[in-house]
Design a protein around this ligand. Sequence first.
Ligand code: CP
Ligand code: NVA
Length: 302
Amino acid sequence: MKHLLKMLDLSSEEIIDILNLADQLKYELKHGIPHPHLKGKTLGMIFQKASTRTRVSFETGMYQLGGYPLFLSSNDLQIGRGEPVQDTARVLSRYIDGIMIRTFEQKEVEDLAQYGSIPIINGLTDFCHPCQVLADLMTIREFKGSFDGLKMCFIGDGNNMANSLIVGCLKVGMSVSIACPEDYQPPVEILEFAAKYGDKFEMTDTPMVAAKDADVLITDVWASMGQEGEAEKRKKAFAGYQINDELMAQAHSDAMVLHCLPAHREEEITEKVFEAHANEIFEEAENRLHAQKAVMVKLMAN
Ligand code: CP
Ligand code: NVA
């Protein structure tokens, strides 16, 4: 594994390896056991979109690993004035040891990996959010003990989160069902991947059908970053695609609820369900730190 660009690139074994290391790093942190695997290394973090969790967990994680996190806002970089990503990649490769990037187009992340000579980590694109899904898988395994026989149900937009969850959950052996409006389905590339899993994958436009016997219910905002202009149109399209008490009644009684955050209460999830599952949702947010530290160690430690 040279980069973390998308879940599609990872083997099931690589995912499990990352999760095992993440569990170990979480244990070590909680028990005051130092783990300076990246002493003397620098991670550049390019942000072309807002972030709370990704920025703070990468920055803190790099510090805990003994390395140096360098925050690079696209407003200040020449990339924000049109310098090609190919040139930025070749320059930064000569100064630092890894790059985490949050941007719009997946191609930009793939280009960085192609032209640079250091590990690239995708901190969210319009296509996918692999760091989040590694933390989600870590949380599911932590609460449920294993992935065996579990069904993950995603309700809402066929967006970056849905794409990565479909791939990640199928790769670790879970069943996946997704409910989304017809015009907001995941891209063909993801559906083609999922189709290989036969009846372990199901897609419907009816949330109550998708949620049946689910062990984990997950949703995300109706309008992602960059789609704010479509917010009103999306509110209409996604009406009914909400995790609420009626939907929870379709799932197993001990079903978990996850949300990558930020959440819009009373849109994709009710306040009541959100608060009833806050322990899972905020453990998920914490696990961003541990899962990403594992990714950085895998990619950047010699
Ligand atoms: N879930 C997530 O990626 O959060 P941020 O946008 O705050 O980084
Ligand atoms: N789908 C959301 C995820 C935020 C972490 C977005 O892209 O804005």
